[in-house]
Design a protein around this ligand. Structure first.
Ligand code: 13P
Ligand code: SF4
Length: 319
């Protein structure tokens, strides 16, 4: 613990010395989340991370999350320096949607509005009409559907299916998944809720249908935190990356939080719901990137400019 306190103090001093601000996701280590709050940064979902980074006056953004989050920050603010503790922190959705194959998919369906999830590379965003995150995807697709648009959706098949069911939109889908959320199991969740019949079930929409259909609340990380804070239940079963429990415990200390099962039966299951790439973010990485300048995100033109359009369109929509 003493070493962690020292590392945190060192990271805080470096953020200050470099006029940098820390923009973190709810899934990263709790020490990093606390550091972000204590130094004037933010811990949030991918939508608010993008907005906060764009609007903050600091010329250096340190993004603790996964690669697409750093890229989105750089795409929106090319004049800022964007550093990440570990550039190898990627995402299975991003990896599963190579830009060249995606471009061929788009070329084959020129009559559709191209809507991509935030969890994609800059090159994929450069082909898109819209970027969405889990907190605004439903509203944006519903709006496009109401205007008579047909949609090409990538890459998360579970989120895409959920939105299609909710909106009735005509959506052609890429077949990607998040390796963390894809592991939540509906049958085991049934057993768990038998033991906790009054628990409220909170599910991120990157989860499979068998889990989403049992949810009381389906939503982005921010929406799930809000549900715990505002909910009247005592117990909450949480189906998303367990990094989120840190913030939930801080904001709702009296509530009981139970991790949704990922495998085996409910009694024996130990959740493995933690993203290996989010876990690559550490205090030492924050220190190293600020001290050495390593881990800088670059997004070359013209891809950056092309990708900016779909992100700005989303931010204008939610404004
Ligand atoms: P949120 O946008 O709900 O934070 O989820 C993004 C995500 O999947 C991060 O891994
Ligand atoms: Fe990607 Fe899933 Fe990790 Fe989020 S939790 S970064 S969607 S692999």
């Amino acid at each position: 613990p003493d070493q962690r306190v020292a590392l945190k103090a060192r990271a805080a001093a470096l953020l200050k010395a470099h006029n940098a601000v820390l923009v973190a996701h709810y899934y990263v280590d709790g020490d990093l989340q606390d550091l972000a709050w204590e130094t004037g940064g933010i811990v949030s979902d991918s939508l608010e991370m993008a907005r906060f980074g764009r609007d903050h006056a600091a010329q250096t953004l340190v993004v603790a999350g996964v690669r697409f989050m750093g890229e989105s920050a750089k795409i929106l603010s090319p004049e800022k320096r964007v550093l990440m503790p570990d550039l190898d922190a990627t995402c299975s959705l991003d990896l599963g949607c190579p830009a060249d194959e995606f471009a061929a998919f788009c070329d084959a369906h020129p009559d559709r509005q191209v809507v991509v999830y935030a969890n994609t590379s800059a090159a994929v965003k450069a082909r898109a009409d819209w970027m969405v995150t889990s907190s605004c995807a439903l509203d944006i697709v519903a709006d496009l559907h109401a205007k008579g648009e047909k949609i090409l959706w990538a890459p998360d098949r579970h989120l895409g299916r959920y939105i299609q069911e909710q909106t009735g939109a005509d959506m052609l889908m890429w077949n990607g998944a998040c390796i963390v959320h894809d592991e939540f199991k509906g049958l085991e969740l049934d057993l768990l809720r038998e033991q906790h019949p009054d628990a409220m079930i909170l599910v991120h929409p990157e989860s499979p249908k068998s889990v989403v259909e049992k949810a009381h609340v389906v939503g982005s990380t921010s929406a799930l935190i809000k549900a715990v804070v505002e909910g009247t239940a005592k117990e909450y079963i949480v189906a998303t990356d367990n990094g989120i429990l840190h913030r939930m415990r801080q904001l709702a200390p009296g509530k009981t939080l139970i991790e949704a099962p990922t495998a085996g039966n409910a009694a024996s299951c130990k959740s493995c719901a933690h993203c290996p790439w989010m876990a690559m973010n550490a205090l030492q990485g924050i220190i190293d990137c600020l001290e050495t300048g390593q881990g800088e995100i670059e997004v070359a033109e013209p891809v950056r400019g092309q990708a900016a359009g779909c992100i700005e369109r989303m931010l204008d929509f939610v404004a």
